[in-house]
Design a binder for this molecule. Structure first.
Ligand code: 5RP
Length: 220
C-alpha cells in the first residue's frame, strides 16, 4: 500500500467517530484532506465544521460543507486531524503544515481528539521530526536564543512561510523529547512564542494508525 492509501484508509475509518447532528473540528494537512473528502460523502448528517486553517476551510466549502467561525460555536463533538509524530502515550508533534496554533485552539473546544496518520508517524520518542514553534516575527532571534539555552537543538526559520495568523515558524531540529508535557509548557512560557507543536498536555484520545494490515486503533 502507498502512504496515500494508508492515509485514505484512516480517513475512512475516522468517519465512524463523526457524531451525527454535531459540529466537527477539522484539522490540516494531507491526511486531513482525505478526511474532508470522506466527510463530504456524509455532509447531510452533520451540522457543520470548524476548520483549523484557511486551506481546510476552503476545501470544506468546496465540498459544500458548512464552516463556522469558532466564535459562534460553543461545542465541538470531535476534532479529527493528522500528526507528524505520535508516541506510545499518544503525545504528538504537529505543525508540519504550520497550522499548529489554530489546531490547538479548535482542539481546546472539542470533547474528543481522534488522530489519523499512517504508521510512519509512530515513534518511541518524540523529536526526530523538527518541532514547530509559532513565533511573533519581532521575537524571532530572542526566542531562538532562549530555545537553544533551555533545550539545546537547532531552531531553523521556516523559509518564506507565514502562518494564517501572520507569524513565523521556527522548526527545532535535534531534540529528544523525554518529557513532552514539561517541554510544551516551558516553550509556551518564552515571551514571543505563540504556541508550539507539542500536543501533550492535551493529547490524542484515539489514534487510528494506517498499516498494511489495516487500521490499528490505539487508545490513550
Ligand atoms: C499541520 C499538521 C498536520 O496534521 C501534520 O503536519 C501531518 O500532516 P500530513 O497529514 O500531511 O502528514 O499538524 O499543521
Amino acid at each position: 500500500m502507498t502512504q496515500d492509501e494508508l492515509k485514505q484508509q484512516v480517513a475512512k475509518a475516522a468517519i465512524e467517530h463523526v457524531v451525527p447532528g454535531t459540529i466537527i473540528g477539522v484539522g490540516t494537512g494531507s491526511t486531513a484532506n482525505f478526511f474532508i473528502d470522506e466527510l463530504a460523502k456524509i455532509k447531510g448528517q452533520i451540522e457543520g465544521t470548524v476548520a483549523s486553517s484557511e486551506a481546510s476551510a476552503e476545501r470544506l466549502k468546496g465540498h459544500g460543507i458548512p464552516v463556522f467561525d469558532l466564535n459562534s460555536v460553543s461545542e465541538i463533538s470531535v476534532y479529527i486531524d493528522g500528526a507528524d509524530e505520535a508516541d506510545p502515550a499518544l503525545h504528538l508533534v504537529k505543525g508540519g503544515g504550520g497550522a499548529l496554533t489554530r489546531e490547538k485552539i479548535v482542539l481546546a473546544v472539542a470533547d474528543k481528539f481522534v488522530c489519523i496518520a499512517d504508521d510512519s508517524k509512530k515513534v518511541d520518542l518524540l523529536g526526530k521530526f523538527p518541532l514547530p514553534v509559532e513565533v511573533i516575527p519581532m521575537a524571532r532571534s530572542y526566542v531562538a536564543r532562549e530555545i537553544v539555552k533551555r533545550f539545546g537543538g537547532e531552531p531553523v526559520l521556516r523559509d518564506g512561510f507565514i502562518t494564517d495568523n501572520g507569524n513565523i515558524i521556527l522548526d527545532i531540529h535535534g531534540l529528544q523529547i523525554v518529557d513532552p508535557v514539561a517541554m510544551e509548557t516551558e516553550l509556551n512560557s518564552i515571551v514571543g512564542v505563540v504556541t508550539n507543536g507539542l500536543f501533550a498536555a492535551r493529547k490524542a484520545d484515539v489514534f487510528l494508525c494506517g498499516t498494511a494490515n489495516g487500521v490499528e486503533v490505539i487508545e490513550a
